[in-house]
Write a protein that binds this ligand. Structure first.
Ligand code: IVH
Length: 666
């Protein structure tokens, strides 16, 4: 394999794992495996800058930088803490500190809050800036969003704070807010947040700060930095900062021996379950700033502090069986059926096994005693097997199936993907039902009166086999079924009738093309006037659309090259669904840039980069990522990258500025 192919394979793998983790909430590999793949990619990219790609998964690693926020350098890098998991390691830390200092010292023990860290800059008692951790060196300026968090003071009390200082802490989403938010998301059929940490960091990155405000975030501050701090003690400084208006955790204790430290740890290991926010450990810090300075830092973390991580709550229970579920996309998910067991306040009966690799790594047998963990996650997972408890009575080894449990088709596994799929998408029952359920859902055709149960019963009765069959239903046909009265039958038929007005972009989304979510569907609808143009689009044309890469383009081509799908679309069209852009939408569009490939580079003053992208598309042009001989011109702001400039000059491509561009489309 060439380096380029290697890079491409790693990127596509990591994109998929990112998606599994952040969108589907079902990670299919461990964090360590993910990190190791990412490191491989980063190394290759470093060695081969010629294959650089703005959309590489590496651009979001260990960094939560989002191009929609301004990036700001941290005055002091935001380091992490080294983690320990046992009393022995805590002891080692304590002895190391003792030896290095060779004098009396205090250790301040405090909660390790499990949220997202923030740096707050105060000048003359006013909050000037709030920056996320980012990659540790620079982060996103999220000041407007942070200002909505009520527990963060905008203006300080008192008068003995330093003229300029930094306060760091953790932004948190309390458990009850998190649960409420997920309930709302569930009702709207949106993907749920896996834990309060993701919910907090996701919220902080919203573009609309009024939504942030409604999400009721909280914050604890735990680290004061700057010159002229009032005391030499970390603990004492935080107590003082409390008087300035900061929310400081009351759960702190200065310890003078390892016994006192272990007392604190074991007390909070239990009591933390009653706290309103998530915690995942205890942080131990040498209290004196002078001593901290003496101890210093390693490249990654301070030598004067460590984190002791709590053991995630887990339970031991029997694995009774493994079943395989087939979803709408044909993905087959293995589910472990467990002897019911109590875990962090709920009874757990099932756990996800994710994919074949995970099953293989666990080396599972039916009847095994397995460890189930919930951590901060919603879906419990099996993290290990107690092989010592395995008896000669043990059942069969758990193997991933080869045949679809629903329709018997031989399963396939796409290259670079962890999941197995049933390829029989036009006749496998859960896939058909799933497709219809997706089609009628709120964000797609939004058909009132129809839900998964009705779809299920219509399907079993042979009334519907696909989405087009819905438009053949009549009140007569359904009113006596399944205890449905005339009224509810009327509702359903009305809902189906109304759906014919649903705009083109949502029809595209409703078709359920693999990888075509809401956003991509919108982009497609903006690029093609009607469904026939889309059906006949070439790969090249598809890839030219913003957000559509090789993988999505191929999936769209596959979908439309399938005869069954084309017949279905013809029937939907005949039924009267909206298969073209509306008049108003069309009125908004011009063809002033039709046929032109335009690269955007640099920073702009009149409009944002995204706004320019939208303008290009509205005027019929294509915004492309990199310069090639086919590029029509470059829309350049300030500080256009030197390599781009060089390439443009070499290829003799015209460069125009903001004003010229605006004139061109006015
Ligand atoms: S002190 C130089 N104190 O844990 C280290 N961090 O792995 C300064 N965290 O990024 C951090 N609770 O997001 C500190 N009481 C606490 C903390 C805490 C949570 C997080 C923080 C940091 C990470 C370190």
């Amino acid at each position: 394999m060439t380096v380029k192919e290697q890079i491409e394979q790693l990127r596509s793998l990591l994109h998929q794992h990112n998606y599994n983790y952040y969108v589907l909430n079902t990670p299919s590999i461990s964090d360590q495996e993910f990190d190791s793949l990412m490191r491989q990619l980063q190394e290759l990219e470093e060695q081969h800058p010629e294959y650089q790609d703005e959309n590489s998964p590496s651009v979001r690693v260990g960094s939560d930088i989002n191009k929609n926020f301004t990036q700001v350098s941290h005055k002091y890098p935001m380091l992490s803490l080294s983690n320990t998991y046992s009393e022995g390691e805590v002891n080692e830390f304590y002895q190391r500190v003792r030896k290095a200092l060779n004098e009396e010292f205090e250790i301040c023990c405090e909660m390790k809050y499990d949220g997202t860290s923030i740096s707050l800059i105060y000048e003359d008692g006013k909050l000037m800036r709030a920056v996320t951790r980012g990659d540790g060196e620079k982060g996103d300026d999220v000041t407007d969003n942070v200002k909505t968090i009520k527990s963060i003071p905008l203006v300080l009390h008192g008068n003995n704070y330093p003229p300029v200082f930094e306060m760091r802490g953790e932004i948190l989403m309390p458990w009850d807010t998190f649960e409420e938010l997920n309930r709302e998301k569930e009702a709207r059929e949106e993907p749920l947040f896996a834990n309060p940490r993701n919910a907090a960091s996701g919220t902080l990155k919203l573009q609309n700060s009024s939504i942030v405000a409604s999400r009721k975030l909280d914050a604890y501050l735990y680290y004061l930095l700057g010159d002229n701090l009032p005391f030499d003690g970390h603990y004492e400084n935080l107590q003082e900062a409390k008087k300035w208006g900061f929310k400081i955790s009351p759960l702190m204790r200065k310890c003078h021996s390892t016994e006192e430290i272990f007392e604190f740890i074991s007390y909070w290991d239990i009591e933390r379950k009653n706290l309103p926010v998530a915690t995942d450990g205890i942080v131990l810090k040498v209290n004196s700033l002078k001593q901290q300075k003496n101890l210093g830092f390693t490249a990654k973390s301070p030598r004067w502090a460590i984190a002791y991580k709590f053991q995630a709550e887990r339970a031991l229970t029997r694995l009774n069986s493994v079943t395989f579920q087939v979803g709408r996309t044909g993905a087959v998910t293995p589910v472990a059926n467990l002897e019911p067991v109590q875990l962090s306040g709920t009874v757990v009966k099932r756990a996800s096994l994710h994919n074949a690799d995970i099953i293989e790594n666990l080396d599972l047998y039916i009847g095994d005693m397995v460890y189930v963990e919930k951590g901060g996650e919603i879906i419990p997972k099996i993290t290990g097997v107690d092989t010592a408890l395995r008896s000669f009575m043990i059942g069969e080894k758990v193997k991933f199936i080869n045949q679809c449990p629903e329709c018997g088709s031989t399963l396939i596994r796409y290259e670079g993907e962890a999941a197995h799929y049933c390829p029989n998408d036009s006749a496998c029952p859960p896939q058909i039902k799933g497709k219809i359920e997706h089609f009628i859902s709120r964000k797609a055709m939004n058909i009132d009166g129809l839900g998964p149960e009705t779809v299920d019963s219509f399907y079993s009765l042979g009334l519907i086999q696909n989405t087009a069959d819905l438009y053949q239903l009549t009140i007569e046909k359904i009113k006596d079924l399944d205890g449905k009265g005339e009224k509810s039958a009327e509702n359903i038929i009305n809902g189906i009738e109304q759906s014919k007005k649903v705009p083109f972009e949502r029809v595209i989304f409703a078709l359920g093309i693999r990888f075509v979510g809401e956003t991509v569907a919108k982009k497609i609808a903006k690029s093609f006037t009607n469904i026939d143009e889309l059906i006949n689009a070439s790969k090249e044309e598809l890839i030219n659309i913003d957000e559509i890469g090789e993988k999505i383009a191929q999936s769209i081509l596959n979908f439309f090259s399938n005869e069954t799908n084309r017949t279905l679309i013809q029937r939907l069209k005949d039924a009267g669904l909206t298969m073209q852009r509306s008049e108003e939408e069309r009125a908004d569009y011009t063809d002033k840039l039709s046929g032109l490939s335009i690269v955007i580079s640099g920073t702009f003053t009149h409009y944002s980069r995204d706004e320019y992208k939208a303008m290009i598309e509205k005027n019929g042009g294509k915004n492309v990522g990199s310069i090639s001989a086919k590029t029509s011109f470059i829309l350049a702001g300030e500080n256009m990258g030197p390599s781009k400039l060089d390439k443009a000059n070499k290829l003799g491509i015209k460069i125009i500025n903001e004003e010229e561009f605006l004139k061109l489309i006015s």
